[in-house]
Design a protein around this ligand. Structure first.
Ligand SMILES: NC(=O)c1ccc[n+]([C@@H]2O[C@H](COP(=O)([O-])OP(=O)(O)OC[C@H]3O[C@@H](n4cnc5c(N)ncnc54)[C@H](O)[C@@H]3O)[C@@H](O)[C@H]2O)c1
Length: 317
């Protein structure tokens, strides 16, 4: 297949690319290095079946030209602003980087006859739901961040384009994804902070925030399984694990993994039960729909976090 991957220099995509290339697909990556890393893409440049284009997906003409030139069978639309807190400071950030970018991708799909989209959505769309674990058909949706509002808008655009223009869509609402080649996130932040100052760790919020963490290898297994097995026009799945890990546990495990003496690290916590405005403090996603399809993550949340800590400590050493 010919596949376009948006956000190709980011954390999840850089773990996806070797899988697609090993399967023999022709892969065209796009990224503007807003959060992604040049060195993550450089690893694949020598591969015969890989091409990379550096540009901003907000540039609709360029997106359309690329899709018309490549005429892909499928797009893995992974690009977005992945940092929820940005949207609080710059209120049009997710509107542009999430919603407008997704519109551009869909319009380019329509014009080039691309018929399949795999989209990375988020469990953040449920806001602070009354039902935990939250199933895919929970509603009405009242998001609490502009990031989540944008993800809902993207899902709406995808389903409307799918209905009108013969497009099939796979929407995955992720828990927190962790693993090697990170660009951001709590594990990466804590390790970086402790490398700069091993005597002090600042935690945003009181550390009781707890979420389901999914290792990126499980996440990609799940996406590929879902893509191959779910054959509706719109296929929408939570991609998560059943248990949760708290930020306080993550801090403790990182201090241990870095070989620091816990009594020598002063932990400064906030007073709020959430890390920042828009942060959903307690997340639990219902995974039964994926399980009914025949897929379950191999690693629990705790196992995924511990493995990602080892991988990130080793990579940043
Ligand atoms: N990592 C998680 O825990 C998580 C959870 C839920 C959803 N998601 C979603 O999964 C996707 C990937 O997340 P990630 O963790 O790999 O994030 P990431 O920031 O590492 O990757 C996103 C990539 O998209 C690129 N990008 C962003 N805007 C762009 C633009 N306008 N033009 C070109 N490139 C652009 C960035 O430079 C980056 O390389 C995102 O859509 C994110 O919202 C991630």
């Amino acid at each position: 297949m010919k596949i376009i991957v948006t956000g190709a220099a980011g954390f999840i995509a850089t773990n996806l690319l070797p899988r697609l290339l090993t399967e023999g697909h022709e892969v065209v990556g796009v990224d503007n290095f807003f959060l992604g890393r040049r060195e993550y893409v450089d690893r694949f440049l020598p591969h015969q079946k890989f091409q990379f284009h550096e540009f901003d997906l907000l540039d609709r003409e360029r997106v359309i030209s690329l899709f018309e030139a490549v005429r892909p069978d499928c797009v893995w639309h992974i690009a977005a602003n992945s940092d929820i807190s940005f949207g609080t400071t710059y209120t049009d950030f997710d509107l542009k980087g999430g919603t407008h970018v997704t519109y551009n991708v869909l319009e380019a799909m329509r014009l080039s006859g691309t018929s399949q989209i795999i989209f990375s959505s988020s469990g953040a769309i449920y806001g602070e739901p009354r039902v935990l674990p939250t199933p895919e058909d929970y509603g009405p949706l009242f998001p609490i961040s502009l990031y989540a509002a944008s993800k809902i808008a993207c899902e709406g655009l995808i389903t409307a384009f799918a209905h009108n223009y013969d497009i099939r869509a796979w929407i995955f609402r992720f828990g927190n994804i962790v693993g090697p080649f990170p660009t951001h996130g709590v594990i990466y932040d804590f390790i970086q902070k402790l490398r700069r100052d091993p005597t002090r760790l600042q935690i945003l919020g009181d550390g009781t925030q707890a979420k389901p963490y999914v290792h990126v290898e499980d996440c990609l297994d799940g996406m590929m399984f879902g893509y191959r097995s779910a054959r509706e026009r719109i296929n929408c799945y939570n991609l998560a694990v059943g248990d949760q890990t708290s930020v306080n546990e993550i801090a403790r495990w990182i201090i241990e993994a870095m070989g620091l003496d816990a009594s020598g690290v002063r932990i400064d916590r906030g007073n709020e039960p959430r890390g920042w405005r828009g942060d959903v403090a307690q997340v639990r996603l219902d995974t039964r729909r994926m399980e009914a399809l025949g897929w379950k993550a191999k690693m629990s949340s705790g196992e995924a976090v511990k493995r990602a800590i080892r991988e990130t400590v080793a990579q940043l050493a």
